[in-house]
Every structure is written in structure tokens, then in C-alpha cells.
Design a protein around this ligand. Structure first.
Ligand code: FE2
Length: 323
């Protein structure tokens, strides 16, 4: 039986970071600062630049100087060094375990390649965590018509600024063989479906996967993919503090002349308030707030694909968002 010979699952504990390659590093640095990252470390001038969020990850994005602009993979933390060894021995085109020598927090890594579309995927273990960055964030209670939570004579004053990034929350891509990679990622990792979306014929064409961490609450999805004719990374998504912070960040990017992709709006599956932007190379990056948390008591939900299932409020879905 296949189940007797299938390798055991590799246990992921969280999504942690992403790599992007850029020809124009000055432009990339400006983008990441305007998007709300904090520069953490430069390697060999501007050969590699690591940016952090204000959470406990030592870094969240690494910009790598290259001949062409390209997505270069997302990283997930695995539960043990044994998971890393097992990954190296069993995953497609997996590297040996190597040291993240120049990365803040260092750690060990194995890179493998998606079995259908051949993009890199990184697994990390043994990084040193970072302290939370102390930045001023609004914590004022919200007033409702019948429930006034903010003390009287207490004012809200906001600062115009980028939306500080807390962490990488999820990412997704268009796969040329959805069924094959659904089987791959859900059988080789502790990834389970929160939502499955099917076409008119009842065939699943999109999934939103979360980590199976038992009773521990996890984000509704940390990885999604959907069937399409040509592989591309759809977006990476970064959590920021709250709605005001997000919309202040939206205004900041707009005033700096960046191109908005879609937002601000509220998703249905996962519930996040989203705001998608193009970086100067055309990669889509999202700020999100207020996503759902779930645990293993929540079964997968199935629904039919429809523009209405994407968002409940916000601008109309741009046609190229669905490509
Ligand atoms: Fe997203």
C-alpha cells in the first residue's frame, strides 16, 4: 500500500521569509522601506540586503542583486533538524543541509524545488529569533454606538507613514498541475486545507492551506495555489498592525507613486482586510490585517469559484488578478 511506503510528513511550524532578486537594488531598497520593512543587514555592499519586520523573525525579506528580476522562494521553519535531514533526503532536487551564513539569526537550510513548476522552496531550522522592535503602534480601544470603549477626553492622533510589517503571513502561486501539487504538499508536509474552491464541474482548482498544529491556533492559510496555464508567483502577503495602519500605508505608497494592484478590501476566505501593490519590478505584495485563526477542529470548507467569493467589500476585482 502506498501509505506504508510514503515518507513521513515534514513538520512545518511557521512561514518565515521570502527572497526576491533585483537588478536595481537602490530601487528595491526604496520600495521595501516604503512598504514598511526595516533594513537589517547588508552583505558585500548591496549584493544581498536583509529586511526585517517588527516581530520576532530575524528577517522577513531578502533582496538579492541579480541579472534579472525574479522571485527566489519562500522559507518555512521546520520543527527539528531531523525534519531538515528528512527533507534533504526525500524532497525533489533537495540540496544538502547548508548554513545560512550571512543571514541575521543564521540557521540551517534545505532548498528543494516544486515538483511541477520547479521554483525554489526553502526549509529552515535553528535560526536565532530576534527581539520585537519597539515602534509606536496605535492601541486605542474602539468606540461603537452603544459601547464606548475609549475614555472621554482621550484623542486619536495618527502619523502618516508606511505600514510597518509584522511578519510574512502567506504566499501563493499559479500551478500548471494543481492536482499533482495538492497531493504533494498535503502528503509530504503538515499542510491541510482550510478552503477548497471548485469549478462548475466540481473539480477543485484553488486551495488555501494552513499548518496542522493541533489545537494551536494558526492563520487560516499560509500557502495557496490554483490551476492555471502558466506558472507565476501570485503574491506574498505581510501582516501589519491594524486597519488605520494599513490605510495610512496605502496612502503612503499611493503618494510615493507606486502602482496599486487591488485594495483596500475585505476577503471572504480567511477574512483578511487586503491591500495589494506592485513593487517596481511587478511583483505583487500584500499588506493584510485581521485574518482568521483556526485549529484542527475546523474541517475543510468547499465552495464554487465565483468573483463574489473573493471579497465582500472593496474595489471590483481587477481582471488580471485572476490570471
Ligand atoms: Fe493574500
Amino acid at each position: 500500500m502506498a501509505s506504508e511506503t510514503a515518507p513521513r510528513k515534514i513538520v512545518l511550524t511557521r512561514i518565515c521569509h521570502a527572497y526576491y532578486k533585483y537588478q536595481d537594488m537602490d530601487r528595491a531598497v526604496k520600495w521595501f522601506n516604503d512598504f514598511g520593512f526595516t533594513e537589517e543587514k547588508r552583505v558585500n555592499g548591496d549584493e544581498k540586503i536583509y529586511f526585517r519586520g517588527y516581530g520576532t523573525e530575524p528577517w522577513v525579506v531578502c533582496a538579492v542583486k541579480a541579472d534579472r528580476d525574479e522571485f527566489a522562494g519562500v522559507g518555512y521553519v521546520v520543527e527539528s533538524e531531523d525534519d531538515l535531514r528528512h527533507a534533504s533526503e526525500t524532497l525533489p532536487k533537495a540540496t544538502q543541509i547548508y548554513e545560512l551564513e550571512d543571514a541575521p539569526g543564521r540557521g540551517k537550510c534545505v532548498t528543494f524545488y516544486d515538483p511541477v513548476d520547479n521554483f525554489p522552496f526553502h526549509l529552515v531550522y535553528g535560526q536565532e529569533g530576534a527581539g520585537v522592535l519597539e515602534i509606536p503602534l496605535p492601541q486605542e480601544p474602539v468606540n461603537y454606538p452603544f459601547e464606548k470603549n475609549r475614555p472621554k477626553n482621550h484623542f486619536q492622533r495618527f502619523q502618516k507613514r508606511p505600514a510597518p510589517v509584522h511578519k510574512l503571513g502567506h504566499w501563493g502561486h499559479c500551478s500548471t498541475n494543481y492536482a499533482k501539487i495538492y497531493e504533494f504538499y498535503t502528503s509530504r508536509f503538515n499542510l491541510i486545507a482550510s478552503d477548497l474552491v471548485h469549478d462548475d464541474a466540481g473539480t477543485d482548482i484553488t486551495c488555501f492551506l494552513r499548518l496542522d498544529r493541533g489545537k494551536e491556533p494558526v492563520d487560516h492559510h499560509c500557502f495557496f495555489f490554483y490551476q492555471g496555464p502558466k506558472f507565476h508567483v501570485h503574491h506574498t502577503s505581510y501582516e501589519t498592525h491594524d486597519f488605520d495602519t494599513q490605510v495610512l500605508g496605502h496612502d503612503w505608497l499611493r503618494e510615493k507613486g507606486y502602482k496599486n494592484c487591488w485594495g483596500v478590501g475585505r476577503h471572504v476566505l480567511g477574512s483578511q482586510i487586503f491591500d495589494y501593490w506592485f513593487d517596481p519590478s511587478g511583483n505583487v505584495m500584500e499588506h493584510y490585517v485581521d485574518g482568521d485563526l483556526v485549529d484542527d477542529t475546523q474541517p475543510p470548507h468547499r465552495s464554487k469559484a465565483s468573483p463574489d467569493s473573493l471579497h465582500v467589500w472593496g474595489p471590483d476585482v481587477p481582471s488580471d488578478f485572476l490570471e
